[in-house]
Design a protein around this ligand. Structure first.
Ligand code: R5P
Length: 318
């Protein structure tokens, strides 16, 4: 068995070669130079070949939490942002009902689901040392009990470039979610459609570099062409270094605009290939200005302060 906890392996320092970029001869995108034409072409729609980066606009949250704040009316709040995104991450329901089929943007299609934020959590009350206490089954979080949620023919009909699948490493449903990933990788491989494994962090999991290194690497090893995870203040460069395919960061819950721009900047500086950001854009006080500021960081090399100045300058202007 490899070095899970074996003491000899734990004593040897890990070596991430942080100063040595991984080579991708003949193609611009990390780890993607040996794929077939169609797959490379689809990835070139998601990631800009000029800089290898992407600003993906994520608004698929409704697949498990319904009308999320800022997404009550996608036609009103998201369509104005479409011109500034490289790629739209969404569900098939929203794609068909709201997004004009004339869009030139790459599509990242939500391909897993089947549970909701109100799925019943198995817990019960009992007594311990005379005190009432709640018991639960650690790791059995209902949200992680997903299946694949579309077939490959549907992905082709919707002209998807990328399929997004949630993976719950360390949860009781880890095996099932990894099977969802590998099933989609196999199906996508038949038609040259890429798969993005999304690290889903359960309540019992620590959001640290050690966990994200494990989760992102497992997904890449099992065939994910792109991996999405959260930014970590400590050791994010070790996550990107030992993941052989591009990593994009999720934005997470809404932060002050400058903090979200700093997070995006730091992630890019430490090897992320872009952002797949939702709430920090569509819940911003000015989503179009924020979208342009995030683009400034990802594609134009703006510092967080420069991008924040841009945000303030554009804010409130039509
Ligand atoms: C969440 O599960 C969704 O898949 C979102 O696409 C993802 O979390 C990114 O959105 P946000 O930036 O709001 O975290």
């Amino acid at each position: 068995m490899a070095d899970i906890t074996t003491s000899a392996a734990d004593k040897k320092e890990k070596e991430y070669f942080l100063d040595v970029p991984q080579q991708t001869p003949g193609f611009f995108l990390k780890g993607s130079h040996q794929y077939d034409w169609g797959l490379k072409n689809r990835l070139s729609r998601v990631f800009n070949p000029k800089d290898g980066r992407t600003v993906m606009l994520a608004f698929d949250h409704g697949y498990f939490q319904g009308p999320t704040t800022g997404l009550e009316r996608v036609d009103q709040t998201i369509l104005p942002l479409e011109p500034y995104a490289d790629c739209l991450m969404l569900t098939r329901g929203i794609q068909r009902s709201i997004i004009p089929a004339s869009t030139q943007k790459a599509i990242a299609l939500r391909a897993s689901g089947g549970t909701s934020m109100v799925s019943p959590f198995e817990e019960w009350e009992g007594e311990l040392d005379g005190k009432k206490i709640k018991f639960g089954r650690p790791g059995f979080e209902p949200l992680s009990n997903e299946s694949t949620a579309l077939n490959i023919e549907e992905a082709i009909r919707l002209n998807a470039s990328l399929l997004a699948v949630q993976v719950f490493i360390g949860s009781a449903y880890e095996r099932q979610s990894l099977k969802n990933l590998t099933d989609l990788v196999d199906a996508g491989a038949r038609y040259g459609i890429a798969v993005m494994g999304v690290v889903a962090v359960g309540r019992a999991m620590a959001r640290n570099a050690q966990y994200f290194r494990l989760a992102t690497r497992i997904m890449a090893e099992l065939g994910a062409h792109v991996v999405k995870c959260y930014y970590t203040d400590e050791g994010f460069d070790t996550i990107t270094s030992c993941c052989p395919v591009p990593i994009v960061i999720a934005g997470g819950k809404k932060l002050p605009e400058l903090d979200a721009l700093k997070m995006s900047y730091n992630a890019i500086q430490q090897g992320a290939s872009g952002v797949d950001m939702g709430r920090n854009i569509f819940q911003s006080e000015d989503p179009v200005a924020m979208m342009k500021a995030v683009r400034g960081v990802v594609h134009e090399g703006l510092t967080p302060d420069q991008a924040f100045a841009m945000f303030n300058d554009l804010k409130g202007k039509k």
